[in-house]
Every structure is written in structure tokens, then in C-alpha cells.
Design a protein around this ligand. Sequence first.
Ligand code: EPU
Length: 418
Amino acid sequence: MDKLRIIGGTPLHGEVSISGAKNAALPILCAGLLTADTVTLTNVPKLNDISTTLKLLGQLGVKTTRHSDDSVSITADEVSTLEAPYELVKTMRASILVLGPLLARFGEARVSLPGGCAIGQRPVDQHIQGLAALGADIKIEHGFVVARAKRLKGAVVRTDMVTVTGTENLMMAAVLAEGQTILENAAREPEVIDLAELLIKMGANIKGHGTDRIVIEGVDRLHGAQHRVIPDRIEAGSFLCAVGAAGGEIMLRNAAPETMGATLAKLQEAGLQITCGSDWIQASMSGRPKAVDMRTHEYPGFATDMQAQLMALNTIAEGTSVIVETIFENRYMHVQELIRLGAHIDIDGHTAVVRGVKTLSGATVMATDLRASASLVIAGLAAEGETFVERIYHLDRGYERMEHKLRLLGANIERTTS
Ligand code: EPU
């Protein structure tokens, strides 16, 4: 199994290019199911979650081609089965995103229920209730969500909470439904907007994406399109936390700072000097960061996907910070590992109190989920001596060659295989 070996204490200097957003690319790939024509995507990151999605689409009979550059084409002209099996869904919860498109276009879908998850319970009841509101006959049978509908019918759907993939699934279902659908309490994440932009290019009639009320007029069919996936705001934010922790000066190219307001504000509060252009971010840091409080929130609030990385920065900050995780009930799996590196953190329910220490000391730690892994890498870059981060298959799900990019910035980091 691969692990990362990091010798901390080297400031970062140089330039890296940010990859396409994982959480935009995943629903966008599934949107290819909505037409028999070819959908061509560029800026698709090379990640394990993307390979899993391509495998899932391939199993459904979709032709998928990954070109040598960062582009992927998908043609769903001969879909042969409408079932997403447990073996794939259990490795990636986002597989649930085939449910809406399959049901909308083929009138039927069987998608395995995802099951447990390291960061929380993560049910998909809102996806199911929303599709039922659109007229689907939907039930759970033998561990599968089984849905049928001759043609979905537009309706007003109000989810109980803001859900990102829930909004995406319902939007993909509603574009081919008969009549008007209004999604209330919709997610406003940039990844939802990017999916809507692709769907519009495919012929969908969508308004209000980016607000909490999305209005969709169903159409009879969609056609092929070309689309460039937006840059990954979480990858960019993670590199900014890395320079905050290790010091130095870096330039991020192909970034989308306009999607990163809350993260950039917190990092500036922590002491980073940040300058942005339309598609680049330059950041420098000297000395110890200042402790910053944060409370995770749906977009445009501070992203839960940045909580672990900013906590890593807080572990070496001057002062004490209070962190409240409001989206997932179990997203503090990195805390015990950060403590192994010498961090002082107390958890009480959803709240973590971090008392900054002057230095962390290298140790062997274990990655438990994607963003937790990134936080351990960031802590390792700041720690004295040698840190090994084990189980980095979590990291490979969502960061494109992170150690390679960090090496470009001068970090002393390497992948080892045991
Ligand atoms: N929820 C329900 N029922 C539902 C749907 C959601 O109770 O039917 C709850 C969840 O359990 C959670 C909250 O609602 O407590 C919000 O979950 P949401 O549905 O928004 O999460 P998601 O769509 O499953 C996406 C990202 C996550 C990111 C969250 C929150 C993708 C593929 N995944 O998940 O990304 O943390 O939104 O922003 O878009 C990651 O990239 O590391 C990651 C976990």
C-alpha cells in the first residue's frame, strides 16, 4: 500500500496548476446519460473517483474515452443496463448521481444504496423523496433504490436540508420531465452551477442556478455538448493551507478565486498575503499563522471540505481557535491523528477547540478520508522531522498527484510503496 513520506520544515516556493473540480466533474459525467449524443468534457481531473465513475458508466453500456490530455468523451447511445451495482457504489457515494439521469431518460433505474461513510451517516432520503415528488414510483428493494416512471412530471420540490448531490440529481431528473419543476432550498455551490451550465448547453431550460430556487422547464430531449469543468476550489484551498503552514510564496494557476471567498477570507485572517487575478492566486506567508475560528456552512459559507485543512493550520497557530462542523456529524477523524503529531485539540460534539502549539513533531499517521488525508499532509509539511501518511488511497480519490505538485513547490515529500 502506498504511503507518503514527508520531511517537514521546508517553505514552499513556485507555481502549480489547479486541476478540474472533482465534485463538478462527477455529476457532469453522469449528465452524459441524458442524451444519445456525445458529450465532451475538458479539464477533467485524473482521480480515482473519476475512474470509478467512468467504470460505472462503462458498466451501464456508455462509451467513455479518456483522451491523453484532460478531456473525456461520453456517448450513451446504447445503454445496456439500468443498474448501478453495490461493488461500485460502495466505493463511491457519488454513484447515486446516475439515479436521476437514468430514470429521466429511460424511465427506470436500480441503484444500490451507498451504505455507511467515514464522515457521517449521509442518507439519500432527499434524493428519493424528490424523485417521488416528480412522480416516480420509488422504493428500496434488496439494498437497491428501485425507481420507475413513464415520464417524470414537474413539481415543486423543497428538500429538508440543503443537499449538493441531491440538488444535482433532481436537476438532472427535472430537465427531461414534463412541465415545470421548482427546486426550493437548492444548493448554491459552484459545482451545481457548473452542472446547470452544461445541461443548458445540452438544450435544458434552467434558471436560478446559483440561488436557492432553481426553475426548470422540462424538454423532450437533450443533445451533445462540449464543456470545460471549473477549477477545483478545494484543491486550491488545500495548497493555500499548505503554504500557510510551511511558509513561503506560491502561485496557483488555473484557479477560480471567485468561488473561494470564504476560504480566502479565513486564510487572510490567518495571516496569508493573498493576491488574485481572474484565474490565479498568489499567496505568501511568513511566521506563525494566527488562530482563526470557523463554522462550516453551505456555499457561500465556509466549506466543510476545507475544515480539516484549516484545522491543520490552526494546530500551529498563535492562539486558540474554535471550529464548529455543522454539515457532517463525524468529520473529525483527522483530530486523533493531528494529536499524534503533537497538536492540542479537544472535541465536544460538533465543536473542536484547537490550542496552537509552536511546532508539531513528525510521526506515522493514518488517513481516514479524503480531506482528512490532505490535512495530515499539510501538518506533515509543517512538522519537525519525518511524517509518514498511510492509507493515501483516500487522497488519490480527490487530489491529482498531490505529492508531485507539492514537490514542484519544493516540498520534501515522496510516495513510497510497501
Ligand atoms: N443529507 C441527508 N439526506 C439526503 C442528502 C443529504 O440527510 O438525502 C444530509 C447529509 O447527511 C449531510 C447534509 O445533508 O449532513 C449535506 O450533505 P450533501 O447531500 O450536501 O452532501 P453530498 O452531496 O453527499 C457533496 C460533496 C461532498 C461535500 C458535501 C457538502 C460531492 C460528490 N460530494 O456531498 O464532498 O462534503 O457535498 O458540501 O459533491 C469531498 O469532496 O471530500 C466531499 C465529501
